[in-house]
Write a protein that binds this ligand. Structure first.
Ligand code: SF4
Ligand code: F3S
Length: 104
């Protein structure tokens, strides 16, 4: 599976949902997650994310986010169409420790 990591938090560009062939993105207030059971590992979303927030689970940096993707994909609504990013999205791009600061 692929996994959304904290780079997505407060960026939420949603380019990823446009390209996913199985519509397995789920949207919270500040970030999106992937349902690991629905993702077919095609990998196309990884390159689409301007925040480079999507990683394959084989990447060591993805490991700590897998459980969060699994848990929240069961709670948050499915998202299949791109929406406007938050107006200040670019100012959060690449910021460190976003989970601690902003996740809710
Ligand atoms: Fe969707 Fe493919 Fe990304 Fe998985 S890897 S979330 S199937 S676009
Ligand atoms: Fe988030 Fe990147 Fe998608 S910022 S909403 S994972 S395009």
């Amino acid at each position: 599976t692929y996994v959304v990591t904290d780079g997505c938090i407060r960026c939420k560009y949603t380019d990823c949902v446009e390209v996913c062939p199985v519509d397995c993105f789920y949207a919270g207030e500040n970030m999106l997650v992937i349902n690991p059971d629905e993702c077919i590992d095609c990998g196309v979303c990884e390159a689409e994310c301007p925040a480079e927030a999507i990683l394959p689970d084989a990447d060591p940096r993805a490991e700590e986010w897998l459980a969060l993707n699994r848990d929240y994909s069961e709670q948050w609504p499915n998202m299949t169409r791109k929406i406007d990013a938050p107006p200040d999205a670019d100012s959060f791009k690449g910021e460190a420790d976003k989970f601690k600061k902003y996740f809710s």
